[in-house]
Ligand binder design. Structure first.
Ligand SMILES: [Zn+2]
Length: 421
């Protein structure tokens, strides 16, 4: 079934009409739709992922919005499955408890809670927890596993219902979803509704500065509607009676922000970290159209490098596989000109193996096939886990296979390390 897409004409954070197209990209299929027919996969509808910048608040965003039902209802990504994420969430929960000392037994809410990986450590520490996530199957499994999860999209209405049923929250988190929502104004109002007077809202989102500096094009797909910067967020939060009081850069997803927010006037001081990142962004011109145009040029150059590699593979007729049927796969394949170059993708996810990728109809086989078939090159599509994938597939490398890493830069890795291309 075709997804519904509409094109916004206003900035997602400040409603300004002063938005400008800054990075034109190839349209891509919805990335989590695996199908049982190669032809259906090849003919999957494609939707735009172009980036726009707001000339008023500097927010960088996608304005072609795929309806949330198509995006989220049958979502199959489990954060608990992602390497390192349960540990990361455990650390984050520990820090929030240590830094803000929410009263034992008080309520902690996670918006976009997925399988409950972030809420679990709070529950174990004696807090009441509540998840919100529209992916029905994941929400059901989380509830069955002891993390009550409401299978709905976050809305102001839902916030009011939660507040009347459970009271206000000492901690509201939004880690997997802060870049994922179109109705950011409503979400901010909902968070304000949910927070206790001295409550704290904590978000994590990929950082625009890292996306630009490291050319993280793999992160640009329909779910990632916003590419956040501290400046645009500060203005946005202020509009909704909220105040950013602390912000940290963390290495998650090759560069993210963790921000702490309070109700305006709640009394905690604004930490130096906020000012420091605002100054860095000003120095780097992160709110300037030219900066994003330079980013577009870097993407073009990376596409050219990859195209040369693909051309060489075609000429020498070598076998090429992909590793990881990840969300970023269709993005990398489309934006870097790899369409038609990959014969099969290896991945062990039970909801993906023996299915076909959306957009190219590439068959997905178990990872054991890698050493059985020994493709000459294997393109790492699950870019976030490139280092771990290379590390755990020494046998493939020892026997002469090569991994190709496309993001942040194009590298070919053989048994003795990087091979110059
Ligand atoms: Zn704006």
């Amino acid at each position: 079934m075709a997804a519904q897409v509409f094109h916004r004409t206003t900035c997602r954070l400040c409603d300004s009409k002063n938005v400008e197209l800054v990075v034109k990209l190839e349209p891509i299929p919805l990335s989590e739709n695996y199908c049982d027919d190669a032809e259906v996969g090849k003919n999957a509808a494609r939707y735009p992922v172009d980036l726009y910048m707001c000339r008023d608040c500097g927010h960088v965003q996608q304005l072609d919005v795929v309806d949330s039902k198509s995006l989220w209802e049958s979502y199959t990504y489990y954060s608990g499955d992602a390497k390192g994420m349960p540990e990361h969430f455990r650390d984050v929960a520990g820090e929030i408890i240590a830094d803000y000392r929410p009263v034992q037994g008080s309520l902690v809410i996670d918006i976009g809670s997925n399988d409950g990986s972030l809420l679990r450590p709070f529950k174990e520490a004696g807090y009441r927890v509540l998840g919100i996530d529209p992916a029905t199957e994941i929400a059901k499994q989380a509830t069955n596993a002891g993390i009550e999860t409401i299978p709905e999209l976050m809305s102001l209405d839902l916030s009011r219902q939660i507040r009347s049923r459970h009271g206000t929250a000492q901690v509201v988190c939004m880690f997997n979803a802060f870049a994922h929502a179109d109705n950011m104004g409503e979400i901010a109002e909902g968070i304000r509704e949910l927070l206790a007077p001295d409550g704290i809202f904590v978000f994590e989102a990929q950082y625009l500065l890292d996306i630009i500096d490291r050319v993280l094009i793999a992160t640009i797909f329909h779910e990632h509607m916003s590419h956040h910067s501290v400046k645009a967020l500060t203005v946005f939060l202020d509009r909704h009676g909220l105040e950013l009081i602390d912000v940290d850069r963390v290495p998650i997803q090759h560069g993210s922000l963790i921000g702490k927010v309070q109700l305006k006037g709640a009394g905690r001081p604004v930490e130096e970290s906020v000012k420091a990142l605002l100054e860095l962004e000003a120095t780097r011109g992160l709110d300037k159209i030219e900066t994003l145009k330079q980013f577009a040029e870097k993407i073009r150059q990376q596409r050219e490098r990859t195209a040369r590699l693909v051309e060489e593979w075609r000429r020498s007729k070598v076998s090429v596989a992909g590793y990881g049927a990840a969300r970023s796969g269709p993005t990398l394949i489309s934006q870097l000109g790899l369409t038609g170059a990959i014969e099969y993708i290896v991945d062990d996810h039970p909801q993906k193996v023996n299915y076909f990728s959306s957009g190219d109809g590439i068959p997905i086989l178990p990872t054991a096939e890698l050493c059985r078939r020994m493709p000459v090159y294997t393109v790492i599509l699950a870019w976030v886990h490139a280092a771990k994938i290379i590390e755990s597939n020494r046998e493939y490398l020892e026997r002469g296979g090569c991994f190709v890493v496309l993001c942040p830069e194009t590298r070919v890795v053989g048994k003795n390390g990087d091979i110059l291309i």
